[in-house]
Design a protein around this ligand. Structure first.
Ligand code: ZN
Length: 155
């Protein structure tokens, strides 16, 4: 996997993974600063314009444009059975990474956790597990929800 590492244009760190998924599309995710981008994250691209409509205000405010005009945004992870990692804060000067673990939905409460098609969710966010991490500790936030446990096993 090392040959896919590149320098992150946002933070300058070397923990930025580059993953070419098709001829036209390359995904980037920096485990240093937690920002991500891809070849279609450019002003005027339909993908980008659609993507930013769905972003929370803070995510929009934190967008970063690199020298190749690629726009980087903070990551949002929601991994079934593990948890979620997202940006939380008041403004661009005052934010942190946050992580919340998933727990199994109990038998008695399962009616409360259904998707629009009526299927039951297996997991829910455990709000008591909410933990904040500094802007430089994105990877610690991922580690907190157990994000790397499978990766290690697969190697
Ligand atoms: Zn970075």
């Amino acid at each position: 996997m090392n040959d896919n590492l590149t320098i992150c244009p946002r933070c300058g760190g070397d923990a930025c993974y580059k993953n070419q998924v098709s001829i036209d599309i390359t995904n980037y995710i920096c485990y240093g600063c937690g920002f991500q981008s891809n070849s279609l994250m450019k002003v005027g691209e339909e993908f980008y314009e659609e993507q930013i409509k769905k972003l929370p205000e803070l995510y929009k405010d934190l967008l970063f444009k690199d020298k190749n005009d690629l726009i980087w945004m903070p990551s949002f992870f929601d991994i079934q059975g593990k948890g979620s990692v997202f940006v939380m804060g008041k403004n661009t000067n005052n934010w942190s990474w946050s992580a919340m673990k998933h727990i199994l939905v109990g038998e008695k409460e399962k009616e409360l956790f259904k998707n629009p098609s009526g299927e039951y969710y297996r997991y829910k966010s455990d709000t008591s597990s909410l933990k904040q991490f500094s802007q430089a500790d994105f990877i610690e936030a991922l580690d907190y929800i157990g994000m790397f446990e499978n990766l290690e096993n697969e190697d």
